[in-house]
Design a protein around this ligand. Structure first.
Ligand code: PGA
Length: 257
């Protein structure tokens, strides 16, 4: 189960890496993490599905966490190409990312789908990292708050706790673009999300649920985001693909506090 007391630095490898470079990346990060006495952040690697077992072996005993980039809402059955949260748990995953904007856009996933996937992760005993965030067009139309409000209402299942749920706020226009929102607007959105969680769940749970920022986070800008009071870590794509960059992002957390 997730460790809720530490910020989470999560690497979403997406459809990148082959066996050798994926295992090498994981091995390098495991060494760095193990060499750190009492790391103040939890670090998660979310490789492509076929590499989960190998990456799991590479990081065994290091304290690094393992996760999937998606899961199916059911635990087994005739669902060609899908992967259950139960299998992720069996492979040693602590998390499944659900509702990433690339899944929502490329696979037509709705809030109801995302909620069902998060509930499946909970049932399997792993944490759901539920992604929300507005598109470029919604951002330009000043609809960001409304969009995120609806996504939180529609994607967070009943029974969400700080132990089984992490929220990732990822403005779609910031993902992979090199563009980022201002730190002030990220803080405002995270504060808003926490308020929505408090109304939906309860205040104490909302205070404890980690809310990550994601979207073009790099070693150059991570401090600005990780120092914000309602930012409890990051979901990192491009900069998680080299040990040097990903470790440098994580090192910004101590600098930020
Ligand atoms: P990025 O991706 O860091 O490459 O912008 C973040 C994400 O999509 O999770």
């Amino acid at each position: 189960m997730p460790d809720t007391h530490r910020p989470l630095i999560a690497g979403n490898w997406k459809m990148n890496t082959l066996q050798a470079d994926g295992v090498a990346l994981a091995t390098d990060l495991a060494e760095l993490y193990q060499a750190t006495s009492e790391p103040i952040f939890e670090m998660l690697l979310a490789p492509p599905f076929p590499l989960i077992a190998k990456v799991g072996e590479a990081i065994a005993g290091s304290g690094l966490s393992l996760g999937g980039q998606d899961c199916h809402r059911l635990s087994k059955g005739a669902h060609t190409g899908d992967v259950s949260a139960v299998l992720l748990a069996d492979l040693g995953c602590r998390y499944a990312i659900v509702g990433h904007s690339e899944r929502r856009a490329n696979h037509g996933e709705t809030d109801a789908d995302v909620m069902a996937k998060a509930a499946a992760a909970h049932k399997a005993g792993i944490g759901a990292i539920i992604c929300v965030g507005e598109t470029q067009e919604e951002h330009e139309d000043d609809k960001s708050i409304d969009v995120v409000k609806a996504q939180i209402a529609g994607s967070v299942p009943d029974g969400a706790t700080a132990a089984n749920t992490v929220i990732a706020y990822e403005p779609v226009w910031a993902i992979g673009s090199g563009r980022t929102p201002s730190p002030a607007s990220v803080q405002d959105m995270h504060d808003f999300i926490r308020g929505e969680l408090a109304a939906r769940l309860d205040g104490e749970t909302a205070d404890d649920i980690r809310i990550l920022y994601g979207g073009s986070m790099t070693p150059n800008n991570a401090v600005e985001f990780l120092r914000l009071p309602d930012v409890d870590g990051g979901l990192i794509g491009g900069a998680s693909l080299t040990a040097e960059d990903f470790w440098a992002v994580a090192q910004c957390y101590p600098l930020a506090t």
